[in-house]
Unconditional design. Structure first.
Length: 236
């Protein structure tokens, strides 16, 4: 199944990170699935909003919501090293706290995604796109046309630029009725990735997770965060 590239030329960053709760890292290691969420499940109200939507008075909210329900997205952090900010972003409860990250090379994950596409019928699938987010400041309505991007799912407010987001996006012709889609990359044992543990965890939690993964089936994939040298979780 064809995937279109968007803003992937001249990428100098090597890795894509996904920060996960303990429940979700366990699920990934069991299944090799990553989650594509329907865009209306994200908290950002401006998700998938087009400049043409903003020019309407009043804004057609139903049209925007329908577009979101036709868009499935997997979000990743593009960087060479994980950041302190990304570890604890969007954790509403202790259960949801991002305790681990999986790290793929950009090249390898692109290849996996392109080779394992879900089997949507031609009538249902509109397009697949992967690449970097464009960050635009649209708080001012002056010169809105200069804020346009090719795909609405690849524009976010400039305030979120620290996320350095890279996305895999599937757009459908009709609304998707589930909240998202599990997308199988393959058996985890056969995938090339690393597991990093949140260095901001308490000493007990950090030690428990390090022991859990080092003594599990994926021990060879565990890599210590470079931030450990600074925040020293084993001493907290």
């Amino acid at each position: 199944m064809k995937w279109n590239k968007y803003r992937v030329d001249n990428i100098k960053k090597e890795y894509l990170f996904k920060f996960l709760s303990e429940e979700n890292i366990n699920r990934f290691l069991d299944t090799g699935d990553i989650w594509f969420s329907r865009a209306d499940r994200f908290g950002d109200k401006m998700e998938c909003v087009r400049v043409s939507d903003l020019k309407r008075d009043p804004v057609d909210e139903n049209k925007i919501e329908s577009r979101k329900k036709r868009t499935l997205i997997s979000c990743w952090h593009l960087t060479d090293d994980e950041s302190l900010a990304m570890w604890d972003t969007y954790s509403k409860t202790k259960l949801e706290r991002k305790v681990c990250a999986i790290r793929f090379s950009v090249k390898h994950l692109n290849e996996l995604i392109k080779s394992t596409s879900p089997d949507f019928s031609a009538a249902k699938l509109k397009r697949n796109v992967y690449g970097r987010i464009v960050y635009r400041n649209i708080s001012s309505f002056k010169d809105l046309d200069t804020k346009k991007v090719k795909y609405s799912a690849f524009r976010k407010e400039k305030a979120f630029q620290y996320e350095s987001e890279y996305r895999y996006v599937t757009q459908l012709n009709g609304e998707f009725h589930a909240e998202g889609l599990n997308y199988k990359l393959g058996k985890p044992s056969g995938l090339s990735f690393n597991i990093l543990i949140n260095p901001l965890l308490s000493k007990d939690d950090y030690s428990r997770l390090m022991s859990k993964f080092l003594n599990g089936n994926h021990s060879s994939k565990v890599k210590e965060s470079h931030l450990v040298n600074w925040v020293k979780p084993a001493e907290w």
